[in-house]
Design a protein. Structure first.
Ligand code: C5P
Length: 234
């Protein structure tokens, strides 16, 4: 496997920075990429992200920016300055917001991937209805994915269960980043709609976001090596 070639993004969801660092010390950039979300970023700030980038990891900064176009564009520029590999926005911020974010990265000569969250998987039809939205979550996800594509972004976060349908509309250059992944036989935790790494890649996922099956394992490197080898020839 080439350096930074892994399709696995390990979700670092820790309240204790030392626990996160203990795990990262065991990992190498050829084994996986890393995701830093709102909890760790709010507790430990940009220095932690810079440290991971400096150690040569591809870092997905999962802050789901959602604000007026100018503010989101500036936030994306700031994320790019940290050296991250991927960042995201909410597609519900609209076309102009997404275009401004993309333009800011292009103007900065950024190589970072900019992707969008369509509909939070925690939201069902009744949650949308309270917001005055009559569409089903999956219909809304499809139309927001199209908006994201039309705005020139590099991909979306979606469930692996939606990947086949998304892949029928968008070619491989549009990244599908899928959480809710569980290796065969591992605990589903609080995830409801899970898929194995092999099935998710076969369904069209570009990258697999995996947290607890790796972070809570006694042998995180072993788990990563097994998954990397299972999906390497797909
Ligand atoms: O531990 P686990 O594999 O369930 O972690 C999944 C990661 O993906 C977490 O960081 C979670 O916040 C994130 N995520 C998710 N479902 C989404 C979007 C993000 O599980 N729809």
């Amino acid at each position: 496997m080439q350096k930074n070639d892994s399709k696995i993004i390990v979700a670092l969801d820790y309240a204790d920075i030392n626990e996160a660092k203990d795990l990262v010390e065991k990992l190498t950039p050829d084994l996986c990429k890393l995701k830093v979300g709102k909890e760790m970023f709010t507790r430990f700030g940009p220095d932690f992200v810079k440290e991971l980038c400096k150690a040569n990891f591809d870092v997905f900064l999962d802050l789901k920016f959602h604000d007026i176009p100018n503010t989101v564009a500036k936030a994306c520029e700031a994320a790019n300055d940290l050296g991250v590999w991927m960042m995201n926005v909410h597609a519900q911020g609209g076309m102009r917001m997404m275009e401004s974010a993309k333009e800011a990265l292009t103007n900065a000569n950024s190589q970072a991937q900019l992707i969008a969250v369509t509909v939070l998987t925690s939201m069902d039809k009744s949650d949308l209805s309270v917001l005055g939205i009559s569409q089903d979550p999956s219909e809304l996800a499809q139309s927001l994915a199209q908006l994201t594509y039309d705005a020139g972004l590099d991909g979306i976060v979606c469930s692996a269960k939606e990947a086949v349908q998304m892949r029928s509309k968008f070619d491989d250059s549009f990244s599908l980043v899928t959480p809710g992944i569980r290796p065969a036989g591992s605990a589903s935790d609080d995830q409801r709609r899970i898929m194995t790494p092999v099935d998710a890649i076969k369904a069209g996922s570009s990258y697999l976001v995996i947290g607890r099956p790796i972070t809570k394992s006694d042998d995180p490197v072993g788990v990563l090596m097994t998954i990397n080898s299972e999906i390497s020839d797909l």
